[in-house]
Design a protein around this ligand. Sequence first.
Ligand SMILES: Nc1ncnc2c1ncn2[C@@H]1O[C@H](COP(=O)(O)OP(=O)(O)OP(=O)(O)O)[C@@H](O)[C@H]1O
Ligand SMILES: [Mg+2]
Length: 371
Amino acid sequence: MSAQVRLSLEGVTHRFGKVTALDSVNLAIEEGELVTLLGPSGCGKTTLLRIIAGFVLPTEGRVVVEGQDVTRVPPHKRPVNMVFQRAALFPHLDVRANIAFGLQVAGIRGAEADERIAEALRLVRLEGYEQRRAHELSGGQMQRVALARALVNRPRVLLLDEPLSALDLKIRLEMEVELRRLHRETGATFVYVTHDQREALALSDRIVVFNNGQIEQVGAPDEIYHEPASPFAARFVGDANVVAAKVVSIEGGSATVTVGSHRLAVPSGSDVPVGDAWLVLRPEVVRVSAAGSDGLPGTVLDAAFRGTGHSYRIAVDGIADPMKAEMAAEHGKPFAVGDTVFVQWASSACRLIPAGASSVADAPTVEGVAR
Ligand SMILES: Nc1ncnc2c1ncn2[C@@H]1O[C@H](COP(=O)(O)OP(=O)(O)OP(=O)(O)O)[C@@H](O)[C@H]1O
Ligand SMILES: [Mg+2]
């Protein structure tokens, strides 16, 4: 069974004067999919949503919804609705009137309007709040009203621009559950923008990793997590150690690589040539053991208790950045700052990326991008 393409972006490029905000973006999104655009601040996420919604005419390229080129169709005539980065409710109107606003623009009144408003309130679980004003609502409730205002038009495509970024973590986690339910119940295609990778992993059918106005990788969350196409994608989706390595030889699916003065055997991807490469290691596959064991010698720089275990930063000879390791609680007595340790990993647990796949210098550390 092949799903219908509901939204496609064809060669979408947008320039603000000399700034290229989007550079030849090609993307097809299927009926009922929840796709997340993930990328650092300023990489073009909001600009792309505004182009899909019709608020911005792209410099080049086309927006196609259900087979129809809508590039030049005005926003209110597209089967698309947007929830903005900063949801502004009309303060002088109550919840009901805020939601009804979208319908008035579309010319829907009377019994049909009443029915649609009741449905939208039910979807966001705000029945009984019709008469409240914006200042009488919590942040999470305001965001629900903003969602209801978009859903009341029964859009085929719902665009959500960081709708949860202003909320605290506990409410955000609750709203994520609500968004997944809304997505199931409405059957709409959701295009969700965030720069919170945890949110992207939790919500998405597919994640589109953006960097500098270009698509860096598209894939299911687990695919991007386990097989990042570039150091940027590796560091942006989940935490990762990205280590400079040299591929010395490749034989039968296994590569011999050197990391500093250490020699290791690792599985080689089909596209990794002999020469410079990056070795990607998720912190949870890095094993730390006491002095005297095998592995690369290092010194503990930082140790933190994480509830389910401990996380460490370890200076390892021949590796430029401190290595991050996450150890489950059962690994025994935790290590302390200054301890000499040995760092190991299962060779099957790391991934080699050719050095050509974007510069590691472009890759922000997770601390630099997470909020
Ligand atoms: N109206 C505008 N005029 C000029 N430049 C703009 C305009 N809007 C956005 N830009 C620039 O285009 C680039 C992309 O901006 P955009 O708002 O799409 O980023 P974003 O990925 O949504 O970032 P954030 O995560 O901070 O919301 C940025 O360099 C930004 O400064
Ligand atoms: Mg934005």
